[in-house]
Ligand binder design. Structure first.
Ligand code: LRH
Ligand code: MN
Ligand code: MN
Length: 401
């Protein structure tokens, strides 16, 4: 981003152009000022592929160091207001102290993610395991996470299950469904009234023959049966190729069961790559649905916008800043869609005009609007460049080894 750019002039030009076109820029600006993205604690620690865990100099080693890194993303973007934790990866003796430290750093603890996949006992599943003892252990762990939520002030419990089978005949598929229903109901009863259970689905992996919550429909059925505090969580990497994710989002929004996202990008499967790096048009179309729902809902939507990524080839804080900025850009473009003209084209069955309305917004250079928003948020005009210049990565590498 050039230092000599006259951003005020460019912003005025954009406002003029959009308003002549019938788009209210102030509405977009205000929504962007309120945008909230949650980053994952596990995205700041060493991670790997199925073949090796790679060490990165300066990667966070403790839950407190993860908070420091998350706070950097907040400092440079102004919208990465909270960080999700994963237990026991983020196990500490005193969760109230973790909450206090987050607050000192200008962020909050967000969703709590139980870990039901890293214990030897979970080889054949957790909440749907054939052995009642293992199911009880898994439920107890989730209830302990709900207790942690009370200490961290978290509202959302994010539940992803590795449960499934590898071979036909390995287990009774209907029995697994019923066991899962019972376990989820017990967990649901443990929630405080303001808490939400977000159920994440995933097509496959680690199980390869059957997965107990393989798709949005299964998750939807479970959360609907559980009650009004249960919602579906959409992870962008958890679908088969060609699945229309924005349609799933629209359906769940309409049913008021969209609890949140795990944003990332994928080329093949659950790649956990930088949001918007592979399929920016899909990301925009998802945001087009979100912005439309917000519009119908008086400008508010109770959805948790979380990132779920792990970076092995990129520095972690930089990749997370790129992701937050990609979410900001997708949202900005979606807010600038001319809804009236889109609807008119839809009514007239003018397919080309309707598509062109979306493409026009998708191709729009929103940088002047984002610079304006960043100035108001008190963060640098170019978050990534400012972070790279700050020397934080180098000093973390020296301090953390
Ligand atoms: C596994 C997974 C899932 C969870 C995350 C913690 O697929 O990526 O998306 O949310 O681990
Ligand atoms: Mn996920
Ligand atoms: Mn995943």
């Amino acid at each position: 981003m050039s230092k000599t750019t006259d951003w005020n002039a460019r912003y005025r030009m954009l406002v003029e152009e959009l308003e002549a076109d019938g788009v209210q820029v102030d509405v977009a600006r205000e929504r962007l000022l309120r945008q909230h993205v949650e980053t994952p604690s596990w995205g700041y620690a060493d991670s790997g592929t199925r073949f090796k865990v790679f060490h990165q100099a300066g990667a966070a080693r403790t839950p407190f160091e993860k908070l420091e890194d998350a706070a950097q993303v907040m400092r440079y973007t102004g919208i990465a207001r909270s960080v999700a934790i994963h237990v026991p990866w983020d196990k500490v003796d005193d969760y109230a102290a973790l909450k206090r430290r987050a607050e000192e750093l200008g962020i909050a603890i967000g969703a709590v993610n139980p870990n039901l996949f890293q214990d030897d006992d979970y080889r054949f599943g957790s909440l749907a395991h054939p052995d009642e003892k293992v199911r009880k252990k898994a439920i107890a762990h989730v209830l302990e996470c709900i207790d942690i939520m009370r200490q961290t002030g978290s509202r959302d419990l994010s539940l992803w299950l590795a449960d499934g089978t590898d071979y036909p005949g390995q287990d009774d598929l209907r029995a697994r469904k019923r066991r899962l229903e019972e376990s989820l109901a017990e967990i649901y009863r443990g929630l405080d009234p303001h808490m939400r259970l977000l159920l994440e689905y995933k097509l496959f992996e680690p199980a390869f023959y059957s997965t107990d919550v393989p798709d949005w429909g299964t998750a939807f059925l479970h959360v609907t049966r559980l009650g009004p505090q249960a919602y579906v969580l959409v992870d962008l990497g958890h679908h088969a190729h060609g699945v229309n994710v924005e349609q799933i989002v629209a359906f769940l929004l309409d049913e008021r069961r969209l609890g949140g996202f795990h944003f990332n990008a994928r080329k093949y499967a659950d790649d956990d790559l930088t949001t918007g790096s592979i399929n920016p048009y899909e990301l925009f179309l998802i945001y087009a649905e979100l912005a439309a729902a917000e519009e119908r809902n008086g400008g508010r939507l109770d959805v948790a916008y979380m990132i779920d990524q792990s970076h092995n080839t990129k520095p972690k804080v930089e990749a997370t800043i790129q992701s937050v900025v990609a979410l900001q850009e997708a949202y900005a473009r979606a807010l600038l869609i001319n809804r009236k003209r889109l609807e008119a084209a839809q009514q007239a069955q003018d397919v080309v005009a309707a598509e062109e309305e979306l493409l026009k917004a998708f191709r729009r250079d929103v940088t002047p609007l984002l610079v304006q928003v960043r100035r108001e948020l008190g963060v640098p005009e170019d978050p990534l460049e400012a972070f790279r210049r700050s020397g934080y990565a180098e000093s973390a590498a020296r301090a953390r080894g």
